[in-house]
Design a protein around this ligand. Sequence first.
Ligand SMILES: NC(=O)c1ccc[n+]([C@@H]2O[C@H](COP(=O)([O-])OP(=O)(O)OC[C@H]3O[C@@H](n4cnc5c(N)ncnc54)[C@H](OP(=O)(O)O)[C@@H]3O)[C@@H](O)[C@H]2O)c1
Length: 248
Amino acid sequence: MAGTEITGATALVTGASRGFGRAIAEALSAAGARVVGVARDRDALAGLRAELGDAFTPVVADVTDPNVAGHLIDAHRPRILVLNAGASPLPRPLHQHTWQSFSQAWDVDVKHAFHWTREALLAPLEPGSTVVAMSSGASLQGSPLSGGYAGAKAAIRFLTSYAAGESDRAGLGIRFVSVLPRLTPATELGSHAVTAYAAYYGMDVASYLASQGPALTTEQAGKSVTGLIGGDGAGAFLLTSEGMRPLS
Ligand SMILES: NC(=O)c1ccc[n+]([C@@H]2O[C@H](COP(=O)([O-])OP(=O)(O)OC[C@H]3O[C@@H](n4cnc5c(N)ncnc54)[C@H](OP(=O)(O)O)[C@@H]3O)[C@@H](O)[C@H]2O)c1
């Protein structure tokens, strides 16, 4: 399926207040999109608005609310939808989790991906639209300090592939792709995880990071996701400091 023309398109990015989401909003804006950024941190969104100007519309909302998904998709009719928002897992070994902390990524990340993906199909978005969902490299190898996070991110990859199938079956022409970033200390979520894993393995943070190889930056993530939207790939993509690699 062909990529989506970014210049002049409306892109909606969830979790745009910081981290990957902010960098993706910046990269899409630089590529000529009008960007709607959704998150709960009003001040951080205002900062991004000050940086990007009128081409950026901040929306303060909880993306796990299904009414928010329906309302914003109806109001903005995005050609590009980036489902990036996610909760930062409480970093603890399995037996130190409660059910609430274990299931947090299901209650936030998966719930959000489900509601917004469903609304994208129901609307439906225009043919030629692209929906990108943030899964995680953890969905491939596990994440023993993050409770149910790795399984939740695998569910997002499946959910996205099911949506791609439904789009094909109904001839909607909406492309659904998932992105699996490798753990990086470049974001709040990632730096909490890196600190926890370094301590778990009895290493200092610098030694742990050195053992992992070059870290993905938020700028690389923004540019890579923007390239994926404009390109013609389908399916799931591993995202590292070397860029996007399609997964079979
Ligand atoms: N960093 C990594 O190493 C890594 C690796 C693999 C996958 N990922 C995935 O990449 C995505 C972005 O992660 P990140 O590292 O950039 O994390 P981050 O810096 O912690 O940012 C998370 C974003 O999600 C938003 N968010 C969380 N819950 C929300 C809610 N209920 N409603 C609205 N917005 C919400 C936050 O905004 P507010 O707090 O302002 O609402 C924030 O903008 C996540 O899905 C994460 O699982 C990250």
